[in-house]
Design a protein around this ligand. Sequence first.
Ligand code: EPU
Length: 416
Amino acid sequence: MDKYIVKGKANIKGTVSVNGAKNAGLPILAATLLAEGEYEITNIPNLTDIRTMAKLLKNIGAEIEWGDGKIKIKTNGCENHEAPYDLVKTMRASIYVLGPLVARKGEARVSFPGGCALGARPIDLHLKGLRKLGANIELKHGYIYATANRLKGTGIYFEKKSVGATANILMASVLAEGETKIQNAACEPEIAALAEFLVRMGADIKGIGTETLIIKGKEKLHSANTSLIPDRIETGTLLLSAAITRGSITVEDCNPDHLGIVLDKLEEAGFQISTTENSISLNSKGPKHPIEITTNPYPGFPTDLQPQFCSLLSTIEGDSSILETIFSDRFIYTTELQRLGANLKLNENELIIKGGAKLSGAPVMASDIRAGASLVVASLYAEGKTEISRIYHLDRGHDKLEEKLQKLGVDIKRIK
Ligand code: EPU
């Protein structure tokens, strides 16, 4: 298993560009199952999760061809309607094939995703939505068996905002008969990107980017091409990497509009931010201040950036806090950050960060993608050497993170 060795007290200065968004790529790849034909997706990051989704499509019968930063997919045939346990257990987003398969093929058999490092993570909203569209769903032998003749458009109100359930139901409803109205839909940019892609495939969707999506089902869609939107979580992670070293950075090929509250919080903490249409610059001049963060569905503060922010806030004098409202076990990473010297007090879903800690390097272990990212961010500030193991978690969501940091002046090595 690979490890990172990071020499601390880094001083980041430079320019870096971000990769395409993993969480836009995953549903978009699954959406290619909705119509036969040839697809080309560009700005595709080289990530384990993206490769897992490609394997899943191949297992279903799609032909896959990788190029530099792009993937070509041919979805003629696709007669094996199964997402097996071995693939689903490595990536929960495998559930994204459920909606498209049942909508186009009238049948899907998807391994039931279990819990994960972030907590229980149920899929009840996905299943309730599909049942409402007319699918018959049975759970047996650890698998979800879904069957349907043609799905029928209906009204779906999500009791809770869910990125995954919105994506799955949206993908199913574009082939349903009649109109579907999804209320309390997730508004994440990745959902808007999926919806735009479906429109390119011939779908009729109104309200993209809002909480109410109105879909007029089509009998058939066609293949299309697209380029993935920039990864806002990677963008944030790179900004926080520079911020913790009190350095300066310009992140290029990103979308500042997708990071509104994150940039506000960096400014509130005392960093200077300037943006162009597709870049964000941060510099660290001036006094720093503790801040309060509450995670929320988009456009609220993203849960996927709170661990990295925690690392930064550990280095700023005063009490900061993070209230986590999305995932019950998101704070699992804090025990490893404490090994680096962070002074953290967890009270149910609220973390109090006693800032101004003198972090020092130690062997630590990543428990999920963003937990791993928070350890990398903290290691840049720590005195001495930090050894981060289980970085296969980071490889699920960060394309060549070490190369990007090396270019910015960081002494970071991957050890096989
Ligand atoms: N939820 C339910 N029932 C459901 C679905 C979700 O109760 O049927 C709950 C979840 O337990 C959670 C909340 O609703 O409390 C929100 O979960 P959501 O469905 O929005 O999350 P997800 O689709 O499983 C995606 C991202 C996550 C990101 C979350 C929140 C992908 C592939 N994953 O997960 O990304 O943290 O939205 O923004 O898009 C990551 O990239 O590291 C990652 C974990």
